[in-house]
Design a protein around this ligand. Sequence first.
Ligand code: ZN
Length: 413
Amino acid sequence: MGIKHLAQVGDPHRSTIFTQAWITDQQWHLTDDWAEQWQRYIQALTETHIKLHEQDDELIWAPAKTGIYTPKLGYLKLIEDKKPDLLKNWWSDIWQLQAQPRTRLLMWNILANKIPTGENLKRRAFAGPTWCVLCNKAEESSSHLFLTCEVTIEIWQQVKQSLNITTAWHAEDIPTAWTHWWTAVTSEKARNLPLVVSTYIWYKRNDIIFEEGRGNWQILPPSICAAYTEIPFDNKTNSPRHIIPEIINRDMPWAYFDGAASAQGCGGGILFHFTDTHFFHLRLGLGLGTNNHAELITLRHLLYFALSKNCRQVQIFGDSMIVIDWANNKSICHTYSLKHILEEIVFFKTHFDRITVSHIYRERNTTADRLSKEAADRPLGDWMIEEYSPDGMHRFYHRPYIDGLQQGDILPF
Ligand SMILES: [Zn+2]
């Protein structure tokens, strides 16, 4: 490149050679041979680019008009034969879906150690400073910038904390870190994270160098998290569930149930529709137990509630696949404490002329889910029923705790 730091020789009185013992009265006490050499040297100096000034010595950056080196000028000088626009493409786009192929290309370049970090530029005879602009503490290499820089480590820490991801982005080199990451994370979306983080770090680094932006990297973690959150699920392992609304025959009642278990106790939630405009909300305190226990007891109460309303036909929906399969005799319950509840459910089912118990996704069961959670801190046997009528009437029944009720007992509606 032929770029060198040039020495500017200033006021000779400030130069140390004038304090040497062999100089007196500003006169040279040199032998004739040395005096001749000295004359030649001064002559050579004046003929070259070194200018003599009455100023302090300083380092200047020759390609800059001001003589002051900036990382921007250094990199621009280096890549001027590479069309800066090409480089600019890499960081000019904030994360967008359309930018994904390019972003992937960047990651590929990072992995292949082909991006123009200071270390790589030096290999191409770049003589300028190649310090990391993020931390200003080490030479910039790919593995420093994307792996070991203290700023990068801090960014990763904050991002992982916000996204609740525990997998480590750490290894001796980037390809190893990349491989570890891909093996350790199971979600396809999380696999994209090194790509997003590295893109933003690269963006920031270029911003500091080329736009002479400020080094406030603190804005990066929230931006990274926002970009990451916007990545759609685009794969089979983690694609959004294609939720088809349950098919309801509105000629007969339909109902949703859910169970919730917490340390305080279990709750059951039921949404029971006679029609679209005539329906019930039930919240049942169920005492202590597991989630399957809460689900099963709630289903049993739902059947009991329907029968107590002289209902002989019902379509039931729940989001617990295991409980639905038990109720449909598609799988066998091996938990002893749950078996007798299941037997009662099967027995109650025989009292209906028409009954279906179908699985739906949680997303379709939000009301029953909410009711069950609200019921979870109610004591065993405590229940609340709200009735919504077509005439706009809203009736509310509450029966507080009944003494002597056993866990699993049917609540008398
Ligand atoms: Zn650094």
